[in-house]
Ligand binder design. Structure first.
Ligand code: AMP
Ligand code: ZN
Length: 479
């Protein structure tokens, strides 16, 4: 039974989807004014893990992720580069997709742009006005907190503080602190600094606020009431607080059943953030030298509700995890003898392991336990590896790929690794050294054999003697 931690109740709750086998899932996507940083990517890798696990559990998932392509930052960026807003944001959107692909994140089914949904946004704002939840001042439209008694529940806002602030109005900014919980903007009146970025609509000339975008796009594609909404913890207030208020005020029914929030990726004790200028993107020199799937492992291997520190030790640990799977698959694939240990029941070992995997992830996606249960399996098999039949090896390989349907890096890394190994072994210098070493070994010239081993190591090829021949490892494959 899958349990997920719901920010609404601050408890782990049994997951029951609205439709029997289909899960409706919405994630707050990026603001496309720059490359996304590793902190942002943590939240997208988390959703990927959630989605993959829901599928592992045989749910169908309809996943929507919005693209914020109009706000102060995108407008400022496009004006600075003298580009049309669409052209400017398209560039960063494409870069975002490239980054997701590098991390082997399954793309959302629908990625709506805010600027393509102005009609839906205006229609909700008009509905809110009609019901008395919204009012106009100076060409902008605001949501009235007073009218929505349940405001701030998800962010644990205190009612008396809200009362103190009642009837005050924020200026048109989209992000603010809890103490400033005032009426927030739904529609922003045009200002000269917006340039040509405005829409002439029934509610005036201007552009949408940030929060209303997500209500409009989630409800358009998933319905007024859907299963799961995700985002980083920084979005609980004000973004998700406002999303709930305006959506529920508009529809009169509950908006979302489960709110899942990932903690932050930290760096030197601070949240990784553009505003703090302490961020890395996948394109930075310091990061690009690593295989991006190592970055995926690093972002994923810590439970999503724990702070995660970005540091080199963490990257090294992630490489070890990657090698563990690659080497195991290599060993399994090199089984070429038809032996059979009748006493070793592979199917039973797999079934027992699968039960433990499910138990780990059913507990609010306990990924570290999932990984250690997978390693238990590898260790169990390794003890029997010299006795396995080809058929048993095939079952084991398939099971590792089943494990990978949740992890999303093993198969891809293994394919990349084998391609690189093949290319490396075709390299003349390496071919010559390998020959020299094998000659040195057969003529029992161990000093020479060791020297050649060191030369190979300098070229990134580690060679280790095994019971039957040797095992090769590409040492710089993961960066
Ligand atoms: P933004 O483009 O700023 O709206 O952020 C996109 C997503 O990244 C949101 O879900 C944020 O909560 C999330 N996010 C931003 N910074 C971090 C961080 N340092 N660690 C984890 N998630 C983050
Ligand atoms: Zn959002």
């Amino acid at each position: 039974m899958l349990k997920l931690y719901n920010t609404l109740s601050r408890k782990k709750e049994l997951f029951k989807p609205i439709h029997k086998q289909k899960v409706t899932l919405y994630s707050c996507g990026p603001t496309v004014y720059n490359f996304v940083h590793l902190g942002n990517l943590r939240s997208f890798v988390f959703v990927d893990l959630l989605k993959r696990y829901l599928k592992f559990r045989n749910f169908k998932v309809l996943h929507v992720m919005n693209i914020t392509d109009v706000d102060d930052k995108t407008i400022k960026g496009s004006l600075k580069e003298n580009k049309k807003l669409k052209e400017f944001t398209k560039f960063y959107f494409n870069a975002f997709i490239e980054d997701l692909k590098l991390l082997n994140v399954e793309l959302p089914d629908i990625m709506p742009f805010a600027t393509n949904h102005i009609e839906e946004i205006v229609s909700i704002i008009k509905g809110l006005e009609k019901k008395g939840y919204a009012y106009r001042v100076g060409g902008s439209v605001y949501f009235s907190l007073n009218k929505f008694p349940d405001y701030g529940r998800i962010a644990l806002l205190k009612k008396q503080n809200l009362k103190k602030n009642a009837s005050k109005r924020l200026d048109t900014k989209d992000n603010y602190e809890k103490g400033e919980a005032n009426d927030f903007v739904l529609w922003k009146n045009w200002r000269p600094e917006d340039g040509e970025n405005y829409w002439e609509t029934e509610i005036g000339k201007g552009r949408p606020g940030w929060h209303i975008e997500c209500s409009a796009m989630s409800m358009k594609y998933l319905g007024k009431h859907f299963d799961i909404h995700t985002g980083g913890v920084d979005l609980i207030f004000p973004h998700h607080t406002n999303e709930i208020a305006q959506s529920e005020a508009y529809t009169g029914i509950k908006y979302v059943n489960y709110w899942l929030h990932n903690e932050h990726l930290m760096i030197n004790g601070n949240k990784m953030a553009k505003s703090l200028n302490n961020f890395y993107t996948l394109r930075d020199k310091k990061i690009i030298k690593f295989n991006p799937l190592v970055v995926r492992i690093m972002l994923m291997r810590t439970h999503y509700r724990q702070n995660l520190d970005f540091n080199l030790k963490n990257i090294e640990e992630s490489k070890k995890i990657a090698y563990k799977f690659i080497e195991f698959l290599g060993d399994i694939d090199s089984i070429d003898k038809v032996k059979n240990d009748k006493k070793f029941n592979v199917a039973k070992t797999i079934n027992n392991n699968r039960i433990k995997l499910l138990k780990a992830m059913d507990d609010d996606l306990n990924i570290s336990l999932y990984l250690s249960v997978s390693f238990d399996f590898i260790n169990q098999i390794n003890k029997k590896i010299s006795l396995l039949s080809l058929d048993q090896a095939k079952k084991i390989r398939n099971y590792i790929f089943e494990i990978d349907s949740v992890l999303g890096f093993i198969q891809e890394l293994y394919t990349q690794y084998n391609k690189k190994l093949e290319r490396t072994l075709k390299n003349n210098k390496i071919k010559k050294l390998m020959k020299e070493r094998s000659y040195a070994k057969t003529s029992k010239n161990f000093k020479k054999a060791d020297e050649v081993r060191d030369d190979l190591l300098k070229l990134g090829v580690e060679i280790r003697d095994a019971r039957e021949g040797y095992i090769l490892r590409l040492n710089n494959f993961l960066g």
